[in-house]
Each structure stands twice: as structure tokens, then as C-alpha cells.
Design a protein around this ligand. Structure first.
Ligand code: NAP
Length: 297
């Protein structure tokens, strides 16, 4: 079998288009322009690229984009004050604090300071609780994007066996809950799981979010399974001695292609869906704050 390669870029482009259409409609019908604020602490080059890309995508979708840069040595209190000011600003409907934060800042306190209604990253305990209760709220963008990709391949998720590899609050746990809310039978595996390969072999849907290059081997995959590779790992490029690097996922893509029914590549799979999902969350948040229906996206 040669797996269908899921084109995350194309899916993300169509979601971004739908978000842009939704924003146009909100402007026309209610004079509502969703605003997304991103706070960046320090000058980590990768974070700067992410923030820049988010700004470009936000503006391209017709939304207002605000960026707040704070110095690496800014105090916890200064960051919390910035977040509180954005909570109070009616033109800001979504707030995202770019992670990782410098070591002296308590990430948990920062997340808790964000108004849950503006928590477009879906990390506030209130939104995590809503996800656990299976009621609507803002869920983390990466797992939301994964569900969209899975649903495009698997028409009915009900009763499907899903394995999520990795239990982070950002990806693994919300991913497992989203799949549970879709009536999958979910297993959540982690570094203490006894026989990960065996767990994988039973899964109709396999989501890998481990952060280890090519961790999932071809022989671990159930024939015909849908494989979603969240991992982003930088490894040396095959050309020896050049110092070049390339990105690979958590799944041995070439081997998995021989067995899976569908698979996301890295890059070009889950990654593009994350920013598109963020934009969709910003629209959802803006509608909830304005008390208007959320358009189809
Ligand atoms: P993380 O916080 O480091 O969590 C990794 C998880 O993998 C942990 O739960 C860990 O288990 C588990 N794990 C580690 N070694 C394992 C092993 N040998 N067997 C089974 N489980 C193992 O990472 P994350 O933030 O969830 O991110 C995971 C990957 O996704 C990273 O490569 C990251 O760059 C990528 N990512 C991509 C996107 C995107 O937009 N595409 C977004 C976010 C993250 P324990 O809990 O037991 O330690």
C-alpha cells in the first residue's frame, strides 16, 4: 500500500480562506473586526519567525494584528500587567503569549492571567476544563488542526481506536480529549508506556507528538491507519559535512508510507494547520465576545 499523503498546506490554505470570508462577513454584518495580540518575550530567533508569520497570516485574513515585544529580562509582573491590559482592551479578542518564556517567568501564572474568553491558544484551565467536559470553548490550535485533517480522511470517527503518543498539555492531552469527544476509543501513551509499538499496532488513528525523530517505525503501524505526525525535529541533512539541517517528524515517513492509509508529511502536514487554527480561534473568540453567531469555517 502507498499511503495518501495529506496536504496540510492545502488544507490550511482553504481554512485561511474560510477565515478570511468569515471576517469579511463579520465586518459587513456587525462592524466587527477580530483583533489578535501576540506577546513575545526576548529575541529567540525561532519565536520571532513564528510571531512574524502569525502577524502576516492575521492581517491576510483581514483581522487586526498587534505585536508586543518585551525584553528577555522583563519581570513576571511586567508581563502579567501587559496581559491584563490586553484583557481590558475591547479591540483585542485573542491573546497569545509566545512560548517558550525565559526561565525566570512562571508560564502557568501567565496562562492563568489571560482572560479565558481571549485565550486563543486554549491553554487556560477554564478552557482545558471545558474541553474535558466536552462543552464548546477554545481548544489548542495544533490538536484542532489535527482533528480537521483526520476528519477529512475518516468520515466517521465513532468507535475508531485512536492512539495519541505524548501527553503534553499543548498537544497530547487535548488531542486525546478531542478524539474522545469524537467518540474514538482513545489510548494516551507516554514515556512510561510499557509496549508503545504494540499500542501503535492496534490504532486506526495514530497521532505522534513525542519530539523524537523517526520514533514511530513502519512496522508499528496498523495497515491502512491514518497517521498524523505532529513532531518537528531538526536533524543533520544527508549531505555530510555541509552543516545543513532538515526537519523530520516523529514518524519514519518513508517506511510508514508503505503501510498507512494516509499520513501527514513533515514539513507541510500539521504545522501549517496550527496558524490557520489560531486564526479560526480568534474569529470564534471575537464572535463570543460580541455575542454574535460563529460563522462556518
Ligand atoms: P513535550 O512537551 O516534550 O512532550 C513530549 C511527550 O512525548 C511527553 O508526554 C513524553 O512523555 C512523550 N515521550 C517522550 N519520549 C517518549 C517515548 N520514548 N515513548 C513514549 N512517549 C514519549 O512535546 P510537545 O510540546 O507535546 O511537542 C511534541 C512534538 O510536537 C515536538 O516535536 C514539537 O516540536 C511538535 N509540535 C509541533 C507543533 C506543530 O504546529 N506542528 C505544535 C506543537 C508541538 P512523558 O510525559 O512521560 O515525559
Amino acid at each position: 500500500m502507498t499511503a495518501h499523503v495529506i496536504d496540510g498546506k492545502a488544507h490550511a490554505a482553504s481554512l485561511r480562506l474560510a477565515v478570511g470570508g468569515a471576517v469579511e462577513g463579520l465586518k459587513r454584518a456587525y462592524g466587527l473586526t477580530p483583533g489578535l495580540a501576540v506577546v513575545l518575550v526576548g529575541a529567540d530567533p525561532a519565536s520571532e519567525v513564528y510571531v512574524r508569520n502569525k502577524g502576516v497570516a492575521t492581517r491576510a485574513a483581514g483581522m487586526n494584528s498587534l505585536e508586543f515585544k518585551m525584553p528577555e529580562d522583563c519581570s513576571q509582573e511586567a508581563l502579567l500587567s501587559q496581559v491584563r491590559a490586553l484583557n481590558e482592551d475591547p479591540s483585542v479578542h485573542g491573546i497569545l503569549v509566545q512560548f517558550p518564556l525565559p526561565g525566570h517567568i512562571d508560564q502557568t501564572r501567565v496562562i492563568a492571567a489571560i482572560d479565558p474568553a481571549k485565550d486563543v491558544d486554549g491553554l487556560h484551565p477554564m478552557n482545558a476544563g471545558r474541553l474535558m467536559a466536552g462543552v464548546s470553548g477554545l481548544a489548542p490550535c495544533t490538536p484542532l488542526g489535527c482533528v480537521r485533517l483526520i476528519k477529512d480522511r475518516v468520515a466517521d470517527l465513532s468507535g475508531k481506536r485512536a492512539l495519541v503518543l505524548g501527553r503534553s498539555s499543548l498537544v497530547g492531552k487535548p488531542m486525546a480529549l478531542l478524539l474522545l469527544n469524537e467518540n474514538c476509543t482513545v489510548t494516551l501513551a507516554h514515556s512510561r508506556t510499557k509496549d508503545v509499538a504494540d499500542e501503535c499496532r492496534r490504532a486506526d488513528i495514530l497521532v505522534a507528538a513525542v519530539g523524537r525523530p523517526h520514533f514511530v517505525k513502519g512496522g508499528w503501524i496498523k495497515p491502512g491507519a491514518t497517521v498524523i505526525d505532529v513532531g518537528i525535529n531538526r536533524v543533520p541533512a544527508p549531505e555530510k559535512g555541509t552543516g545543513k539541517t532538515r526537519l523530520v517528524g516523529d514518524v519514519d515517513f518513508d517506511a510508514a508510507c508503505e503501510i498507512a492509509g494516509a499520513i501527514t508529511p513533515v514539513p507541510g502536514g500539521v504545522g501549517p494547520m496550527t496558524i490557520a487554527g489560531l486564526l479560526a480561534n480568534a474569529v470564534t473568540a471575537a464572535c463570543a465576545q460580541a455575542g454574535v453567531p460563529v460563522p462556518e469555517m
